[in-house]
Ligand binder design. Structure first.
Ligand SMILES: [Zn+2]
Length: 180
């Protein structure tokens, strides 16, 4: 994945300085637990003009929260611009880079798998709002050969352990193994 880069970006804390132009930015928050694994998500989201009640409109990220009185973002939020060459790449705007995920290569071809995630609702369905901090359903797939694709699960820790075991054996993680 071309968008997964070394951690050399110049991050700025949101509470120190905010971006001023509309457009796409990378965002990140400190590491916390997702499905039993401690990860630090970096994701792309737009900056857009938001109504501020009785005050003048301001630029805020699309995942900011308005409670009717105040607009807020996650604590310790940091941002940096999406670089020009990244803008040219045909990648999903909603891609998340999960820093700290230790997962072995595809059991069939050795390529590093991609983790995707969504926020699932109780009783099925997905939320439309894009906020990786609320993601609770995870899966792994091989972007190269397409042979390896895990089930969608809440227990990321079990999924990673099953995937890594299967990677050692040369088989993709199966649903029954992850649920155990
Ligand atoms: Zn593969």
């Amino acid at each position: 994945m071309e968008t997964i880069r070394a951690e050399t970006r110049a991050w700025t804390r949101w509470d120190v300085a905010r971006p001023t132009t509309r457009g796409a930015y990378w965002w990140r928050v400190p590491a916390r637990e997702y499905g039993g694994v401690t990860l630090r998500p970096e994701w792309r989201a737009g900056l857009h003009m938001c109504g501020m009640g009785y005050g003048p409109d301001e630029m805020w990220p699309t995942f900011s929260h308005w409670d009717g009185y105040n607009r807020t973002v996650y604590g310790d939020l940091e941002w940096c611009p999406v670089e020009a060459d990244e803008l040219e790449q045909k990648v999903a705007q909603r891609e998340v880079v999960w820093r700290g995920l230790e997962v072995k290569g595809c059991p069939f071809c050795g390529t590093q798998p991609v983790m995707e995630s969504v926020q699932s609702a109780v009783g099925g369905g997905m939320f439309v709002d894009w906020d990786p901090l609320r993601h609770n359903t995870f899966w792994l797939s091989c972007p190269s050969c397409g042979m390896a694709r895990s089930p969608h699960v809440a227990n990321l820790d079990a999924l990673v352990r099953a995937w890594n075991r299967r990677a050692a054996l040369g088989q993709a993680a199966s649903p029954c193994e992850v649920r155990r």
